[in-house]
Design a binder for this molecule. Sequence first.
Ligand code: ADP
Ligand code: ASP
Ligand code: MG
Length: 426
Amino acid sequence: MPETVVMKFGGTSVADAERITRAAGRIVERAREGNHVVAVLSARGKHTDELVSLAHEVSQRPHPRELDMLLSTGERVTCALAAMVINDLGFEAISLTGSQAGIVTDSGHTKAKIIEVKAHRIRQALDSGKVVLVAGFQGVSQRSLDVTTLGRGGSDTTAVALAAALGAEVCEIFTDVAGVFSADPRIVPEARRLPVLTFEEMLEMAASGAGVLQLRSVEYARNHGVTIHCRSSFEEGPGTVIQDEQMTMERPLVTAVTHSTSEARITLLRLPDRPGIAGRVLTALADANVNVDMIIQNEPESEGHSADMSVTVPRDDLPAAREALEGLEDELGFGSVQTDDEMGKVSLVGAGMKSHPGVAAKALTVIGDAGINIEMISTSPIKISCVVREEHVAAAVRELHTAFGLGADSVLPEDVAGDHRPKVSS
Ligand code: ADP
Ligand code: ASP
Ligand code: MG
């Protein structure tokens, strides 16, 4: 029985005819080895961005269903072109849209969730000796049968979902960097490639802005036990393997600095201080399909006074969030909604920091010493995130990367908290 291989090529890796030909060559190589090959392709280069701009040229708030119809075309173009190349190379290839590939989603246009993968058509094509090319980032809504898209970076999730459905042991993500690094190599050139990461670490990294993998793809991989192998499409190299914790070695204290420059903050001023209010606010945002990240609310100093509440959301969600909250003004009777769309976030991630409280103190001090004001802070057992103004994000990332020595082989507890456990390498 041939092994099933799922390979995904991102936008830069298929940006033009020459790169599509090169990716097709790699796909054919794997087929030649006797594998069943499914390749998920992204839209070429900045094609998706161009389609988004086009939509905004004709409409201020493009209708989400129609936006999905438009955006889904980018990956179809790449798949058809790659199939032509592969056919010319003497292999039978078939390109499929997300819908044809059986990717069934909910109806959340522009960020739909995969509900089910009906992979029979892919299996049939593989069994008849074809290479299968699947348009990433899209599916079909279970209820309305409309075309949906899976959110920016969603081709990663398509690939992982197919790997799970087809029983592939590994999902290979080919991208424009040599793997997952200790910080975005575009901002920190001395960042280190991380050979192995746990799902837990990669989830926190993806959630806090490491766009090299879409967050959903990592969640899906963890839930279905699919190992992800993230590697360069331009050179041979070991890349980064993301897998279950028990298979990996002891983790370093701090693994990576991540960042996001596309946050927005919303503050509700003078909210009534009554039970149920916070729930009502968050429900309105959830109903508008807005992903809330940080939430901060202080108890008023004295009873009967009003409270202020701040949340951060992805900048793209700000118009929908504002509309949802303004709709609550009459019902809840709060003062006003203030928004700021020039926020960013910098985070420190490391599975080893669970039991080492010194990390937060050091991180906050490093940012403060750089003269950067921290506007909000949140923590999880393995992450510390600080909201700062967007213009300060790059500096904060570099300061933290240097202060925690992340370019070195690994960061050990004693470097931060005076713990003298034996050294382990990552
Ligand atoms: P693709 O088009 O292949 O999906 P993306 O642009 O989505 O590629 O993701 C790759 C990019 O992710 C890299 O070019 C890099 O700038 C960025 N990135 C951000 N954080 C990291 C990180 N920690 N490690 C590697 N790349 C990162
Ligand atoms: N083309 C889509 C995007 O640019 C999906 C992807 O590349 O994963 O977000
Ligand atoms: Mg991507």
